[in-house]
Design a protein around this ligand. Structure first.
Ligand SMILES: [Fe+2]
Length: 272
């Protein structure tokens, strides 16, 4: 299937069906311009502007740049993400932008340059995690919401201007259902977002911490995880944030990597 051109309705429905069934799709050896990547993303919905994170780049607002640059990593004048090591540190398990009231439904990541080792993306199936969740844990989260703290990015680095909550039970982030129903498949998935400073409403902070530790241990069990060995230039990933989490291996700060991502507008999480 040629993904560089507008898709036919038939091709799009084949991809949408595969996406709903598999949560994550990967095409390899693709050659996409920036505009073609944007066109691919738009097949699945409206794209969100990423200019707040990709500012100062000569690229359309829909493109989020993820770049590991050995020179910038060492430069005191480089933009913050380079100085913080965000571009080569491991990225912790998360679902994109869960700290917003309306998180994106999906993301399309296109690898333009990549070293042969390091920087691989891992995915965890949150339908499977919920289905295998021990009943005593399920009972503790049924009908409950969690506060998703917005202060850290996915490399656990404090965002510019952000402040860590003194008390997670009074956090400023949105409250999302812990069991989330997928609007397309109708299936329920565990929805955790990210671990740091999260809080399960209705419990004491100590009870919430203990519960979240158990849930995270369960959700990142290797049995729910899928990954390909390393990324290759030309890899195009499409994932669903409503039923999958992702993480990324670290990479050598001296290795060059460049990826572009577009983010597809979602809907407020539906309790499942
Ligand atoms: Fe992410």
């Amino acid at each position: 299937m040629d993904l560089s051109r507008p898709m036919s309705a038939g091709d799009l429905s084949v991809i949408n069906a595969a996406w709903a069934e598999h949560l994550v799709l990967l095409w390899r050896d693709r050659h996409l311009t920036v505009e073609q990547h944007i066109g691919f993303g738009r097949s699945f919905g409206q794209l969100e502007p990423m200019s707040h994170v990709a500012a100062a780049r000569d690229l359309p607002a829909e493109i989020l740049v993820i770049e590991n640059d050995p020179v910038l990593n060492k430069s005191a004048e480089a933009p913050e993400p380079y100085r913080q090591g965000f571009q080569f540190h491991p990225v912790q398990w998360h679902s994109d932008n869960s700290y917003r009231p309306v998180p994106p439904k999906g993301s399309a990541l296109y690898i333009r340059e990549s070293p042969p080792k390091g920087g691989a993306t891992l995915f965890s199936n949150m339908y499977a995690a919920l289905e295998a969740l021990p009943s005593h844990l399920r009972r503790q989260i049924e009908g409950r919401s969690q506060i998703h703290d917005p202060s850290l990015n996915s490399a656990n680095v404090l965002r510019k201007g952000a402040r860590l909550p003194d008390d997670v039970s009074r956090g400023t982030g949105p409250r999302h259902p812990m069991i989330r129903r997928h609007p397309v498949t109708g299936r329920s998935a565990l929805y955790l977002g990210r671990r740091p400073y999260a809080y399960v409403c209705g419990y004491s902070v100590a009870e919430s911490e203990a519960l979240l530790d158990q849930l995270w241990r369960h959700a990142t069990n290797p049995g729910f995880i899928w990954q390909r060995d390393g990324n290759r230039p030309g890899d195009l990933f499409l994932w669903d944030n409503r039923c999958a989490m992702h993480a990324r291996d670290g990479l050598d700060s001296g290795e060059r990597r460049l990826a572009h991502r577009v983010q597809i507008l979602g809907e407020a999480p539906i309790p499942g």
